[in-house]
Design a protein around this ligand. Structure first.
Ligand code: NAG
Ligand code: NAG
Length: 252
């Protein structure tokens, strides 16, 4: 996987001189109040590290490459779009993290939380039904607290959301050689997308018709060069995730 990211990064760097205004994550807008309360900020020592989303009262999905120091204090923060705002903000300790077994494994993980008041958690987002493929040209959304510029590393306080357009895997492969099999792509040359995700947006959901369809991968380049954004296709892993949710534990 690392290889692919490196390749992608090289690709992006090569394209950079064509990019005039290096700007936004996302070129997004502030998320409307309470529209995405399932959005999770995975934090270490109070600092936003990755995006994520609540899929049950016990589990959050995030990116598999979200790394923490062994002795860091890891929390998930959810129920709010503005991280600094008390009010509806909920902070939960992490009990454990687990990745899907090898074979079905890919670059995402589940974070197990043990809420003292699960009834206070926001409503979880439903996962995409494996029978309903996302369609080419479908309009979806991606959200995150990731920085909006390449020379910025500080995450934002306010959740931003961008409209993105799904493209076919075939069209994506042409633009990103070595694209993984279980990918969904948005944006790219044939769309009018002006935004997408980057940096610490990894782990956030691609949301189509209110369901979580993809998991944002790592994209270190926020300059939006016109290359597609790549997500992990959740429908391929839905049955494993659902079994973990039902049995309230990470299944190996
Ligand atoms: C978006 O949120 C930020 C931070 O809360 C705020 O400063 C800004 O004015 C908001 N933008 C709009 C268009 O509401
Ligand atoms: C962001 O959106 C604006 C308006 O749609 C567009 O002019 C600009 O080029 C976009 N920025 C990037 C980096 O694509």
């Amino acid at each position: 996987m690392r290889g692919l990211y490196k390749l992608l990064l090289l690709f992006l760097l090569a394209c950079q001189d064509q990019n005039v205004l290096g700007s936004t994550i996302i070129n997004g807008t502030n998320a409307t109040d309470n529209s995405m309360k399932y959005m999770v900020s995975v934090q270490e020592d109070g600092e936003h590290k990755c995006g994520g989303f609540l899929v049950s009262k016990h589990f959050v999905v995030t990116h598999g490459g979200c790394k923490f120091d062994e002795d860091g204090k890891i929390f998930v923060v959810l129920g709010t779009h503005v991280l600094s705002k008390p009010g509806s903000k909920i902070k939960e300790h992490i009990i454990s993290t687990c990745k899907p077994p090898p074979g079905i494994g890919t670059d995402f993980m589940l974070i197990e939380i043990n809420s003292k008041k699960p009834e206070n958690l926001p409503k979880e987002i439903q996962l995409q039904d494996p029978e309903t493929d996302v369609k080419e040209n479908e309009k979806c959304q991606v959200a995150g607290w990731g920085p909006v510029k390449n020379d910025d590393n500080d995450p934002l306080d306010q959740l931003r959301v961008a409209d993105v357009t799904v493209i076919s895997p075939k069209a994506c492969k042409v633009q990103i050689p070595g694209l993984r099999a279980n990918a969904i792509c948005t944006g790219g040359k044939q769309t009018t997308d002006k935004g997408g995700f980057c940096k610490s947006d990894a782990g956030g959901p691609l949301v189509c018709k209110g369901k979580a369809v993809g998991i944002a991968t790592v994209n270190e380049d926020c300059s939006f060069t016109g290359l597609p954004n790549v997500y992990i296709d959740i429908s391929k892993y839905r049955s494993w995730i659902n079994r973990c949710i039902q049995e309230k534990k990470c299944l190996k």
